[in-house]
Design a protein around this ligand. Structure first.
Ligand code: NAD
Length: 343
């Protein structure tokens, strides 16, 4: 047993050495998400996941992880992309991505239009109400959606915030306008405060809320601009305060997951200069080259962490920022830096 351990440690050590000399082949990880469904049973629990509009993002992976464990899945979708999301679902575009561990198909019990920058209908400006992308829709402010969810399901158990928006994300902070900065904060940070404040009263005791954050909140990540880094710092600080307040007032937990880079639709929209990598492309390559775990991050890795955090297995965990980034947050040196090379 001991010699086996020593041998495997030696092998890990030597393969790490080889990987520095010869970059490891980028293969998809054979088995990304441990099958947690067997250990976590969320049958009878209801989850509301805000920020799902296609199958590429973290919100979708969280839906799947929770559905694998038996939870009822409801989602909140931004009105401008609601039509395309519903069409893609009905025409089978996501069929393959909906297959659960047991071979069955994930069911999204209900899709609510949700614009998380509005708390009440009175907050919605006339220009938005009459915008063609909002035409025919009502009840998409956060408080209205919470009321609709309560009318449909009574109390729920899990609230996920998987959304962000920063209209000036491609601009450095020095060039970000006040309006752009505040818009990033409103859509990406206050939206979580408002969701927790409106949903916690309709959550069962022991329920859990979680959001998605990014390391740019605490370390400088050039390219993640427009006040988005500030919004993520707010989100993490608010997680701690909300954990205290909602813990005492509603007996629910509040955590955030600091996820590594993923080529989602939202992330792909950050910066594209002709002939250059996009922000997310170099963030993924940087992570692969420098993180302790030299493997591609899969959205399911975040899905299974959200499942754990929202399950009774994490009953005593609240107020944390949990890193799911192959360990990149722990690094203080870029091992692939040109400065490390011998001339
Ligand atoms: P995504 O495109 O799947 O999710 C973003 C969602 O936000 C979209 O569905 C979009 O429609 C929605 N949205 C935007 N404005 C909205 C509004 N006003 N109201 C309601 N919904 C709105 O992309 P994603 O990258 O999976 O993002 C999910 C979360 O993960 C975000 O908080 C993001 O910052 C975070 N995150 C992403 C990465 C990454 O590399 N992709 C890394 C760390 C954290």
């Amino acid at each position: 047993m001991f010699s086996k351990l020593v041998l495997s440690l030696l092998l890990v050590g030597s393969s790490a050495f080889v990987q520095r000399a010869l970059p490891a082949a980028r293969v998809r990880n054979a088995r990304v998400a441990p099958s947690m469904a067997a250990q976590i049973d969320l049958t009878g629990k209801v989850a509301f996941i805000a920020g799902v509009a296609d199958s590429t993002g973290y919100g979708w992976a969280i839906c799947k992880a929770l559905a694998n464990a038996g939870a009822t899945i409801t989602v909140g979708t931004w009105p401008p992309v609601l039509g395309i999301f519903e069409k893609s679902l009905s025409t089978g575009k996501f069929d393959e991505d909906m297959i659960l561990d047991d071979g069955s198909t994930m069911k999204i019990a209900k899709i609510y239009p949700l614009d998380a920058v509005y708390d009440t209908f009175a907050d919605v400006p006339e220009a938005t109400r009459t915008n063609k992308r909002y035409a025919g829709l009502t009840g998409y402010s956060i408080s209205e959606v919470a009321k609709a969810v309560e009318a449909d399901y009574g109390k729920i158990d899990i609230l996920i915030h998987s959304l962000a928006n920063g209209p000036e994300v491609t601009k450095p902070l020095l060039e970000t306008s006040r309006a752009g900065y505040l818009a990033a904060s409103s859509a990406s940070a206050y939206s979580f405060v408002s969701l927790v404040s409106n949903f916690a009263p309709i959550m069962n005791e022991g329920g859990a809320c979680a959001s998605l954050t990014y390391i740019a909140s605490e370390k400088v990540i050039p390219g993640y601009g427009g006040g988005m880094s500030s919004a993520k710092a707010q989100l993490e600080s608010d997680t701690r305060v909300l954990a205290w307040e909602a813990g005492r007032k509603h007996k629910v937990r509040v955590n955030t997951i600091s996820a590594g880079p993923l080529k989602s639709r939202a992330a792909s929209a950050i910066g594209k200069e002709v002939g250059k990598k996009t922000f997310i492309e170099y963030a993924i390559d940087y992570s692969f080259a420098n993180a302790p775990l030299q493997r591609d991050l899969e959205s399911d890795n975040v899905g299974s962490t959200a499942l754990f955090l929202c399950s009774p297995m994490a009953a005593a965990i609240t107020g944390v920022t949990m890193y799911v980034d192959n360990g990149l947050h722990a690094m203080g040196l870029a091992v692939d830096s040109k400065a490390m090379q011998m001339d």
